[in-house]
Ligand binder design. Structure first.
Ligand SMILES: [Zn+2]
Length: 474
């Protein structure tokens, strides 16, 4: 079966005129329909075909591939299929949904011998892309369950390379391992890729140097695993002289034009459905590009590419500890230079001025700290302009009072609490009428903090977008 590929040229002002990006559809008109992007440097060089999301419950691959698709390729061509198994990704399951046991594992449906054929609509469409583009290299991003180094039964944290890709894999492993302190969690070489996999098929049928790159889900945050994928692929492309610069590019050409680029810290100390809700509210259609960050991203300077950094709910002291001094300094520096800060609940504690671990970028002290566990529930707030009341979800958010720090400008109250939650013997009358949502400034940057959770309150989506845009200086 063959599928017509429809090509559309993406006009992008930030691209150097020489580079062309084309997006095209695969398996068009079927329930497996997905797309790929082709980044042509217009300079002679190798063609690299990169896959993410072949297994739907391995999200680091598709997130890393989406980020890499924004990289400026300087030589050759990079082709990225970031969401190979769209149905599996939507369901967060390994398989292609609703297929038989024999057919549902996409990475077992590719040719097992030189004259073999792929099975199923999706594998056939992906294989057609390999045949059509005849890449010089194939990389397929995956995730394993446990660290291969200590549990060889699992493929986690390994690069599974075909024989003719082993030398390149060894260099990639060397690069990523410099970022991993715990030797038990370091990457190891493996190979060859399993029979029926895309990487193995590309090697058997066309002799293409191919590899499967596996991170480990155990005990490691998604944002850290995405970072590891990025570092591995960055080393690979750098060795091919297709790329220069650092591996911390998360937005790249995807954030060009009038979009608001939002970096959202989602790692140690972040919990609940906030980040996922924010990704829905701040959609591309609405003009936002959202990328999740880990503490190492922030420490290595990744914030510079964003308009706004968001710290969502969870535990503020844990967020502060994960950032370390260097990360907290990087956030302050980013805001001082004009970056926006949006803190929600834990992120609002983090911005405050009276903890030894807090950022001190908002002229607010947290009061009644003893009763921080005030509970969870809907509470009334009143917006300042226009003066309207609404119920909003509250989960142990901070109660603010002016800090009167001469070095930080006073904040403006955007909304006040008009009700209160006082479980766990919190005293009466402390919470009511305190600021719920505030806006301040720190250096050239806007700081917006919300004690409650508008991002988890139905009907407040528009307000959330307005707050983010305001923090971005729009
Ligand atoms: Zn996998």
């Amino acid at each position: 079966m063959r599928f017509a590929a429809t090509l559309t040229l993406i006009a992008s002002a930030a691209l150097t005129p020489a580079v062309a990006q084309q997006r095209a559809t695969l398996a068009a008109g079927t329930r497996f329909e997905t797309s790929y992007v082709r980044i042509d440097s217009k300079h002679p060089g190798p063609t690299v075909l990169l896959f993410g999301g072949i297994h739907g419950n391995e999200p680091a691959g598709f997130r890393a591939a989406r980020q890499i698709a924004g990289w400026r390729i300087e030589r050759g061509t990079l082709i990225v299929v970031d969401r190979a198994n769209v149905g599996g990704l939507a369901a967060n399951e390994r398989w292609i949904p609703d297929l038989s046991k024999l057919r549902r594992d996409l990475n077992r449906q590719f040719p097992r011998k030189k004259n073999g054929q792929p099975t199923g609509v999706l594998a056939t469409a992906l294989w057609e892309l390999v045949k059509k583009t005849r890449p010089d290299f194939v990389i397929d991003l995956h995730e394993g369950i446990d660290f291969s180094k200590v549990n060889p039964k699992s493929v986690g944290s390994s690069v599974i390379a075909a024989k003719n890709a082993r030398d390149r894999a060894a260099k990639m492993i060397a690069s990523v391992n410099t970022t991993i302190e715990n030797s038990k969690k370091r990457f190891v070489p493996r190979g060859p890729p399993v029979l029926g996999s895309l990487a193995r098929a590309a090697n058997i049928v066309f002799g293409i140097p191919s590899m499967i790159v596996e991170t480990t889900k155990l005990d490691q945050q998604l944002t850290l695993r995405v970072r590891q994928h990025r570092i591995l692929v960055h080393r690979f492309l750098t060795d091919l002289q297709m790329l220069s610069g650092r591996p911390d590019v998360l937005v790249g050409t995807a954030g060009s034009g009038t979009k608001v680029n939002v970096g959202m810290y989602v790692s140690v100390g972040v919990g609940g459905p906030g980040p996922q809700r924010l990704e829905k509210i701040l959609s591309a259609k609405r003009g936002f590009v959202v990328r999740r960050l880990c503490a190492a991203d922030i420490r290595s300077g990744a914030l510079a590419q964003f308009d706004v950094v968001v710290f969502p709910g969870g535990g503020a002291s844990n967020q502060a500890r994960a950032l370390e001094t260097a990360g907290r300094t990087a956030v302050r520096k980013f805001v001082r230079a004009g970056g926006g800060y949006v803190g929600i609940c834990a992120g609002a504690y983090l911005a405050a001025n009276n903890y030894d671990w807090s950022l001190g970028i908002l002229d607010a002290d947290v009061i009644d700290r003893k009763h921080w566990a005030r509970g969870r529930g809907q509470v009334a707030i009143e917006w300042a302009t226009p003066k309207v009341r609404a119920d909003v979800l509250y989960v142990n958010g901070p109660l603010y009072a002016p800090s009167r720090d001469p070095d930080i400008p006073d904040f403006e109250v955007i909304a006040r609490y008009r009700g209160e939650i006082r479980k766990n013997s919190a005293p009466v009358g402390i919470m009511i009428n305190t600021p719920a949502v505030v806006a301040g400034s720190y250096g050239k940057g806007v700081v917006i903090c919300s004690s409650p959770h508008p991002e988890q309150t139905k009907g407040m989506e528009k307000i959330v977008r307005a707050l983010i845009r305001r923090a971005a200086g729009q």
